[in-house]
Design a protein around this ligand. Structure first.
Ligand SMILES: NC(=O)c1ccc[n+]([C@@H]2O[C@H](COP(=O)([O-])OP(=O)(O)OC[C@H]3O[C@@H](n4cnc5c(N)ncnc54)[C@H](O)[C@@H]3O)[C@@H](O)[C@H]2O)c1
Length: 276
């Protein structure tokens, strides 16, 4: 990243570290000299991330568990602290999307998305946070979304879970701040990860998502990871309970098309669509 974040020697757990944003956070932390635990339901992907990190000369372990289980989470964190060191940081990047219209959304999908994105985030924060609170230090970064702020068709469960993550983050920041534990949330918009490429047609990505983004492109996972690392670091020592959007300006406006150039377009003025 270039800046000295002071993360060398810290121990950080990343849920969802086998893929996408979580994986990028893990690699970026390893490059900073942190020891990382990769927690993911996808054991093979987690092992691949750990091998990449080992090749960088950093310490890493795989913790394969389902974040929906508080018992499995507790057991895994106990083992991580024994094998890698006491946790200084946590990033909760495990998440799923499963789009479906609200009228047809199966209860199983609702439970799964709320279970992973919201309950899973809480269980990870609780198991790591109770240790951090007892020691009087730690930093946690949760992953929200632009869907924390607004709706999107076919995402009733996802939007509810991501709004919930912001509420959870604010609560934990208030409960744990006086114990030296900071809790913040980052809100990415569309980020070029397997989650996006798997579930969304290319025509929607370029025709709608990129078009509605003032910066005119998807985020790279490394651009989300760099904000996560900042929030974990002592550079953010007075940032607590914040929702920091890494969304290319998506949530800065409404009715935005053409990367935000629609209203200022002389062509639109010439067509009489807007008057000066
Ligand atoms: N990609 C985007 O556009 C985008 C935008 C905003 C927010 N987000 C959020 O960022 C986070 C990471 O998303 P991503 O795009 O990197 O997705 P991804 O699919 O690339 O990675 C998610 C990881 O979570 C793991 N996971 C899923 N369910 C799990 C469970 N029950 N237990 C443990 N691990 C589990 C998966 O195996 C996967 O490795 C998610 O919370 C997502 O909602 C993503």
């Amino acid at each position: 990243m270039g800046a000295n974040l002071g993360l060398a020697g810290r121990t950080v757990l990343i849920t969802g570290g086998a893929s996408g944003i979580g994986r990028e956070c893990a690699l970026a932390l390893a490059r900073e000299g942190a020891a990382v635990a990769i927690a993911d339901a996808n054991e093979q992907g987690a092992t691949e991330t750990v091998c990449e990190i080992a090749a960088l000369g950093a310490r890493a372990v795989v913790a394969s568990f389902d974040v929906r289980s508080p018992t499995a989470t507790e057991t895994a964190i106990e083992a991580i602290e024994r094998d890698l060191g006491l946790l200084d940081g946590l990033i909760t990047a495990a998440g799923i999307s499963r789009p479906a219209p609200a009228t047809e959304l199966a209860a199983e999908s609702w439970e799964a998305v709320i279970g992973v994105n919201l309950s899973g985030t809480f269980y990870s924060c609780q198991a790591a946070g109770r240790r951090m609170v007892a020691r009087g230090r730690g930093a946690i970064v949760t992953i929200g979304s632009v869907s924390s702020l607004g709706g999107q068709s076919g995402r009733a469960h996802y939007c509810a879970s991501k709004a919930g993550v912001v509420g959870l983050t604010r609560d934990l920041a208030v409960e744990w701040g006086s114990h030296g534990v900071r809790v913040n949330c980052i809100g990415p918009s569309a980020t070029d990860t397997p989650m996006i490429r798997r579930g969304i047609p290319e025509s929607f990505v370029s025709g709608v998502m990129e078009d509605r983004t003032p910066l005119g492109r998807l985020a790279q996972p490394s651009e989300v990871a760099s904000v996560c690392l900042f929030l974990l670091s002592d550079l953010a020592s007075y940032v607590n309970g914040a929702l920091i959007m890494a969304d290319g300006g998506v949530s800065a406006g409404f009715f935005t098309r053409g990367h935000g150039r629609d209203f200022s377009s002389k062509a639109l003025l010439a067509q009489g669509i807007y008057s000066e």
